[in-house]
Design a protein around this ligand. Sequence first.
Ligand SMILES: [Zn+2]
Length: 198
Amino acid sequence: MKKILKNNDIVLTGEYLGVVEEYLPDKNSTFIKDGAIYATKTGLINLDMDKRKIEINTHQDEDRKTIKLGDIVIGSILFIRKYSVGLNFYTINKKVHFNSYFFGNVHVSQISNKYIEQISDAFRVTDIIRAKVVEEKENEFDLSTSGKDLGVIHADCTVCGTKFDKIAFGKLECSTCGNMENRKLAYDYGEINEHLRY
Ligand SMILES: [Zn+2]
C-alpha cells in the first residue's frame, strides 16, 4: 500500500518517499535510484505542494542560522551612507539569534515604493527596523522596507534620546524636546511587543 506523505511525518534513513514523477527531490536529504526517491537522513518531511519539492529536515536544521530570501528580519541601523544604510540584525522570523549577528543593507531604491530624496528622511542611526531579505550575498544581505508592515518600528529622538511618538504618517515628534523628524515607518510603529533590545 502506498503511504501518503504529509508535512512533519517522520521518515528514516533509506525510507522510500515516492517517485520522481511525483516530487522534486532535495539533493541534500534524498537520493534517487531507478526513479524512486529515498531519504538519506532521518528527520521530518517538508513538502512544498506548489513546487512538489520534498526534503527532510532535522531539528538541527530548524535552528539553523541561515537566512533565506523573503525572511523578515529586525535589526538596528548602524550607519548611513549616501545611497544605503547598513544594519545588523539578530532576529529572523521572530527567532532571536543571540550568538550571531548578520549584516544587511537597504539601498535607497528599496526603502519605500515612494521616492526618498534623502535617506535621513527614512532612517537614522540606532533606529530599529523590520525588513525583508531580497537578495543574498556572501555574508551580507540586501533588504527591503517597501510595504506597510516594514520600516522603522522604534526610534529615539536624535537630540535627547526620548522615544519618539508618531504624530502623522511618516512623522515623529519628541514629547520631551519637541524635535520632529521623518521616517519610513512600519504601520505598527511604537506598538511593538517583540523583544527589541539586546
Ligand atoms: Zn527629544
